[in-house]
Ligand binder design. Structure first.
Ligand SMILES: Cc1ncc(C[n+]2csc(CCOP(=O)(O)OP(=O)(O)O)c2C)c(N)n1
Ligand SMILES: [Mg+2]
Length: 363
């Protein structure tokens, strides 16, 4: 006897802008001109900041960092969809989005320069620090979303980011599962850049899409062209609206590609082909969005030159602030662990300072 289907499912794929920058009128989120320009600026700022960081690192002025070149649409689109009431819980490859959020570039530099103040973002609302521990931010996002629900906050949600590799971590399973069970207002965005350092996707999962992992938890899940800023905006906006309505979390797989190295300590030519990189360079999210803006007569060479000049000054100012500030107090690691001071931690701080003093006097 033939078996019946216990359940069938499909994974929708969302693309609004095709690779030539042509918009699908049925899916166009119809953003206002100033929103489109804000989105483009965010992506260019992310790209330029990334390139500057690479130079700083190569000159020994910055520690290692994880470049996000090629992945700008996947974080900037969602950031445009967010409001100040929403929480941003990032991983470590969302530079464009974080700068759009108002995170000062100097703080990003402090983070990758090994300074604790790089975990604190004055001026950026409701933004958690960069999370380098793969997947660790996902249960945090579920917890923050739970708190929003518990407190009855309206029109507020959590948007969290993580990589494809992170979906093979226990933290992902725990965080995503509880978020779905509790029906909390969270949006899970997986930046599937197809590599976890040198491990290709096929060697860490045989799941055909990452989005179907979201379905397994009972969340509406879709795959989005992650190099299409309008699609990323649209998917996030719809997911946040669902979250605000109390309908629980959504899973978005952003299909994208890391055009640069994993971190500055990595040489991707050792494990992936130039052909693959060249293929994805053609799908660069900035090229596509610029073509779209040009088609709408919102952009030209003069505006591009003026934007690059303006951004250069902003980046210069961030670098200056980072490099001219006084060297961090060594005990800053104890400063921002909890919202309020904690007795155990104060004890540890005192112990640490005493040990430091002892080593100096012996020194
Ligand atoms: C818990 C943990 N294990 C290992 C690492 C080392 N590590 C840093 S990034 C990374 C790969 C992450 O891949 P993915 O989740 O796809 O994110 P991507 O780097 O591609 O953005 C690994 C293994 C880490 N930071 N944290
Ligand atoms: Mg990855």
């Amino acid at each position: 006897m033939p078996l019946k289907d216990a359940r069938t499912f499909t994974i929708p794929f969302l693309q609004v802008l095709d690779e030539d920058g042509k918009v699908d009128p049925k899916l166009d989120p119809k953003l206002a001109e100033d929103q489109l320009l804000t989105l483009y600026r965010g992506m260019v700022l992310g790209r330029e900041a990334d390139q500057r960081m690479l130079k700083l690192q190569r000159q020994g002025r910055l520690g290692t960092f994880s470049p996000s070149t090629g992945q700008e649409a996947a974080s900037c689109g969602p950031l445009l969809a967010m409001t100040e009431r929403d929480w941003l819980v990032p991983a470590f490859r969302e530079l464009g989005g974080m700068l759009m959020r108002g995170v000062p570039f100097s703080r990003v530099l402090m983070f990758w320069g090994g300074q604790e103040e790089g975990n604190v973002f004055p001026g950026a609302p409701r933004t958690l620090p960069i999370a380098v521990i793969v997947g660790s931010q996902i249960p945090h996002a579920a917890g923050v979303a739970y708190a929003l629900k518990y407190r009855g906050e309206k029109n507020a949600g959590v948007v969290t980011f993580f990589g494809d590799g992170a979906t093979s971590q226990g933290d992902f399973l725990e965080g995503a599962n509880m978020a779905a069970v509790w029906k909390v207002p969270a949006v899970f965005i997986c930046q599937n850049n197809q590599w976890a350092i040198s491990t290709p996707l096929a060697k860490q999962t045989v799941s055909e899409t990452i989005a179907q992992k979201g379905l397994a938890f009972g969340m509406p899940s879709l795959r989005v062209d992650g190099n299409d800023a309008l699609a990323m905006y649209r998917a996030t906006r719809e997911a946040l609206d669902r979250a605000y309505r109390g309908e629980g979390p959504t899973f978005i797989e952003a299909l994208t590609y890391r055009l640069m190295m994993h971190t500055t300590a990595d040489d991707p030519t050792k494990y992936r082909s130039d052909e693959q990189v060249k293929e994805w360079e053609k799908r660069d999210p900035l090229i596509r969005f610029r073509a779209y803006l040009r088609g709408k007569k919102l952009w030209d060479d003069d505006r591009e030159a003026a934007l690059l000049e303006e951004i250069k000054h902003e980046i210069d100012a961030g670098v200056r602030e980072y490099e001219t500030r006084e060297v961090a107090r060594p005990e800053t690691a104890f400063d921002h662990v909890y919202g309020t001071r904690h007795a155990f931690l104060e004890e540890q701080r005192a112990e640490f300072l005493a040990a430091l003093q002892r080593s100096k006097s012996h020194g």
